[in-house]
Write a protein that binds this ligand. Structure first.
Ligand code: B12
Length: 214
């Protein structure tokens, strides 16, 4: 088994420094060298973002640095996408995803979207800071079987409950299975707000999502 640890730390470094162009080149080179895409995601990109997260928490870096690291992360995951999403040819069904009202974090959402697409499910992305009413309208109009709600702040995770309550009031709660996630979200919070599923990461989110399509 080849050892890609040097390439992984190079990618992690580039992510931390927010080098969007260089990281794309480095990820592609590492893929061409035979590294498994899932390992690049976990051991290089997520590992790099963890380091940025730690520094952010300790006030060693600030919002602008985190933003450029996030941009590099999104570019790098775009490069990985065709390699991760290999299963689906004919979509087995549709899902909706968004980051809830008041919340601008989209890296986790984008990863969940990508992994679900990899299971052959078409995903409509309503973006970040998504209005609760917009989600309700989409569920009403659409043929989506699953709704995925992402929240990264303790102050916005309650908006996941707002969406569920609004769907219930609109009489369409049972049209969709609702999955919730994001760093502050837990299984017990998911149970408390009446979500159908919670998972801790994108890979298991995709596994669970796929089960809702029979
Ligand atoms: C990047 C980042 C930002 C970037 C976001 C850029 C972007 N395009 O996303 C910017 C700079 C904009 C930002 C801003 C802020 N941030 Co911020 N940010 C982060 C950081 C460093 C990383 C988040 C991330 O992308 N992680 C990597 C991804 C892959 O992980 P993830 O999102 O958790 O997703 C995984 C799982 O949770 C799961 N998942 C995610 N969504 C879903 C959905 C479903 C349905 C399922 C099943 C699973 C699932 O799967 C994913 C992949 O495995 C975190 C620190 C951290 N360690 O989390 C802070 C953090 C989330 N931010 C924080 C804060 C405080 C803020 C600000 C308020 C800072 C400020 N003072 O302005 C603002 C708020 C802006 C807003 N209104 O949203 C705090 C939140 C504290 C709290 N408990 O509420 C954190 C924890 C940092 C800290 N320790 O203080 N931030």
């Amino acid at each position: 088994m080849a050892d890609f640890s040097e390439q992984f730390s190079e990618i992690s470094e580039l992510l931390q420094r927010g080098k969007a162009k260089d990281i794309v080149v480095s990820v592609q080179k590492t893929l061409d060298g035979g590294a498994p895409p899932g390992e690049i995601l976990e051991k290089a990109l997520m590992a790099g973002m963890d380091i940025v997260g730690g520094k952010f928490k300790r006030n060693e870096v600030f919002v602008p640095e985190v933003l450029i690291a996030a941009r590099a992360m999104n570019k790098a995951t775009e490069t990985l996408k065709p390699y991760l999403a290999k299963e689906g040819i004919n979509p087995v069904g549709k899902a909706i995803i968004c980051t809830v009202k008041g919340d601008l974090h989209d890296i986790g959402k984008n990863l969940v979207k990508m992994m679900i697409e990899g299971k052959g499910i078409e995903v409509e992305d309503l973006g970040v800071d998504c209005d609760t009413q917009k989600v309700v309208d989409k569920v009403k109009e659409g043929d989506a079987k699953v709704l995925c709600l992402s929240a990264l702040l303790t102050t916005t995770m309650t908006a996941q409950k707002d969406v569920i309550d609004a769907l219930t009031s609109a009489g369409v709660r049972d049209k969709v299975k609702i999955m919730v996630g994001g760093a502050p979200v837990t299984q017990s919070f998911a149970d408390e707000i009446g979500a159908d599923a919670y998972t801790v990461d994108a890979a298991s989110a995709a596994e669970v999502c796929r089960t809702f399509y029979g």
